[in-house]
Design a protein around this ligand. Sequence first.
Ligand SMILES: NC(=O)c1ccc[n+]([C@@H]2O[C@H](COP(=O)([O-])OP(=O)(O)OC[C@H]3O[C@@H](n4cnc5c(N)ncnc54)[C@H](OP(=O)(O)O)[C@@H]3O)[C@@H](O)[C@H]2O)c1
Length: 264
Amino acid sequence: MSNTTRSTALVTGASSGIGATYARRLAARGHDLILVARRADRLEQLANDLAGTYGVAVRTVIADLSTEAGVAEVGDILKADVSVDILVNNAGVSPLGSSTTLPQEVIDTMIAVNITALTHLSRAALPGFIARNRGTIVNIGSVMAFNAFPITSAYSGSKAYVLLFSKGLQAELKDTNVRVQAVLPAGVATEIYDGSIMPLDSIPKELVMSVDNLVDAALAGLDSGESTTLPSVNDAELWTRYESARDALFAATQTGNPASRYRF
Ligand SMILES: NC(=O)c1ccc[n+]([C@@H]2O[C@H](COP(=O)([O-])OP(=O)(O)OC[C@H]3O[C@@H](n4cnc5c(N)ncnc54)[C@H](OP(=O)(O)O)[C@@H]3O)[C@@H](O)[C@H]2O)c1
């Protein structure tokens, strides 16, 4: 992500919150931008601001990433525009509620945006990135990727997908210069809480990060070569130990026999 080479970053969900802040930071680093979301007015305003302030080229794409057509439109751009070398898969929704009270269509839309669109867009970008041996995908997950509560079952599942999809891609790409970073934020002050059963003001202020701090920390993690970034976690060893425990557990599954506690 150097600013010495001209490059374009495509940021999904750039009309507010974390995506809008990524757009601002990437523009400040000199990247041209393609900004994707549904709210045209927000995108246009941001595009004009960033083009004027940083002198970068900014294009907006109004697309609904819960639809096949919206995903295909953005995917086609990723396939065709060889200047794109950064994809920030940030667009997401987090409907909270129990699995029996959330309407099925709300969960379906969440899966479409959080999982399906992220997967399609990654797959659209990757062949070009691999052919050019250059490119970065930033996948915005959540700390809910490794925990679930009574109101987060489906959301946690969607973010667990983001984490493991990113981990698998990292393994696939390990002999290339193509990078995949999973960013796992905890609470961040954005509009995602608007209208939620857990509004922002119901969360203790000291547990909520500002969106500027979140994106700056995530970019610092990217710059330092991290594959998974937990912006709010002070003790980085915790993640190392979590991964070690997971690897040990996985290795222990490879026995081919029922464990002795299941044999009578
Ligand atoms: N805020 C937090 O506490 C927190 C914590 C962990 C992870 N995250 C993750 O961070 C990411 C960004 O969320 P945020 O907190 O910045 O929330 P936000 O301010 O609500 O932004 C969400 C963005 O996603 C876009 N989006 C939603 N549905 C879309 C659709 N169908 N098609 C295209 N774009 C769509 C929205 O744009 P339009 O509405 O204009 O389409 C908006 O730009 C999400 O993946 C979220 O899960 C957030």
